[in-house]
Design a protein around this ligand. Structure first.
Ligand code: 5GP
Length: 115
């Protein structure tokens, strides 16, 4: 699978509004925000989508994405009012970028079911 624009963001070859970074995880504001808070949380390792996840190492990595989401939600002051985490997987879900990413959305009332 060819690398995506997110690999360039990880390597800081193109700019992004980075809000969180550690050894395995990077988070930055979505370029086309769908809510007042819209942040993409990604692993630094290249994994195309959720369906490629398997095994204990990936489970740990997913946990690290959730930990980052919780830390960012607190920093953005949406932890208590609520937020949504979204992982789009594949064409029917509307996945555009094939580098695993978790959307953290908040700062407005969300609707259900999603579109
Ligand atoms: P997907 O539809 O794949 O779940 O979401 C991909 C997201 O990446 C979209 O919300 C889109 O706006 C965002 N995105 C695509 N290219 C860039 C970029 O170059 N920079 C940033 N910050 N976000 C991007």
């Amino acid at each position: 699978m060819a690398e995506t624009i997110f690999s360039k963001i990880i390597r800081k070859e193109i700019p992004a509004d980075i809000v969180f970074e550690n050894e395995h995880v990077l988070a930055f504001r979505d370029i086309k925000p769908q809510a007042p808070v819209h942040i993409l949380i990604i692993p630094k390792v290249e994994i195309p989508s959720v369906k490629e996840l398997s095994g204990a190492e990936h489970s740990k990595l997913l946990g690290e994405l959730i930990d980052a989401a919780n830390a960012i939600a607190k920093k953005e002051k949406i932890s208590e009012i609520g937020f949504r985490l979204v992982l789009n997987c594949g064409p029917d879900a509307g996945q555009e970028v094939y580098h695993l990413h978790m959307h953290l959305l908040g700062g407005r009332k969300m609707k259900w079911p999603p579109g």
